[in-house]
Design a protein around this ligand. Sequence first.
Ligand SMILES: *[C@@H]1O[C@H](CO)[C@@H](O)[C@H](O)[C@H]1NC(C)=O
Length: 372
Amino acid sequence: MASSVFRVLSLAILAFACSLPFAAGNSHILGYSPSDLHSEPRLLSLFDSWNLKHGKHYTASQRLEKHKRFQIFRQNLMRIEAHNSKEGSTFKLGLTRFADLTREEFMRSRRLGLKLPAHNLGSLRRTLHLHPKSASSVPAVSDSVDWRVRGAVTEVKDQGMCGSCWAFSASGAIEGANALATGSLVSVSEEELVTCSSASGCDGGLMDDAFEWVINNGGIATEEAYPYRSYGGSSGACNIEVEENYKTVTIDGFADVAPYSEQALMEAVSKQPVSVAIEASAMDLQLYAEGVYNGTCSSDPYDINHGVLVVGYGSEKGVDYWIVKNSWGLSWGEGGYVRMIRNGSPFGICAIHSLSSYPVKAASGSSLVAES
Ligand SMILES: *[C@@H]1O[C@H](CO)[C@@H](O)[C@H](O)[C@H]1NC(C)=O
């Protein structure tokens, strides 16, 4: 009797151990249990919870669309679980806010937006065959840095369905440079960059063009003075009055980081948050939940299509990583961030060494750099 109770108990424990539920560290990402995958009603209820979490509602007349979304959600969940049950991966996938989209739909939804004009591609091509800087020729930098804990990074933002990643990458770099130079962290306006600095707005742009515009304009407005309204994908006309009267945050210049060198990027990031470009169309990035990303994105510099912000670097269990701030809201990755592997390759994971730059601003008043 006692032994059969014991057997039942140990079987139950074994069954539980074999199907550990996935609860993402980010509470904005819905967890799931592998046993959900084998029951249609549980899958449906998981889909309902996910829709609720992300404010998605389907009316009776949208039943077909809901069914289509459910099929994609289910397929993605199978993919997520297949990845998560593999041994040895340094990262986990999860039911992010993009879990009901196919890869093609995700690409069409304009969550990216880095646009390389033809002449830039030309110069990219020229530098492509440069030898990476040898590690011994550059000064040593500290083992880890995280500008978030030093008060140089604002909250994670959301570009919506507008190809304005470049504006969010640039605003983050400006916020960092300004915080380090003045000691105060001020959120700046992507909307101003999208509507005033460029004719293309939601159709894509470049971080260096944004820096140049802020310099020529004599400053940029705060997020508060000129809030983001381009989520839906169309940007309005430039608010000239705000543009002319709210040049609150200024920069003095900007500099490009030597491409194809992990060491050069580390050196730059050890001084301030840095704008970088990555290739971001991989499905394992769309569904990235936590850990050190080492996935299937392209590391070909010609493929870069997304602007983000490196706010630090470090190591975990012998795996080196970059800390990258994205503009896809909180319900993706580690509270909107992704840690990406630093693998010592010339182009870096997702070609992250290809197109990095940062604004320059001279220190005034109490500077954050002083504390170390
Ligand atoms: C990253 O992925 C590559 C290619 O799949 C693999 O060879 C390498 O071991 C992985 N790195 C880590 C730290 O898991």
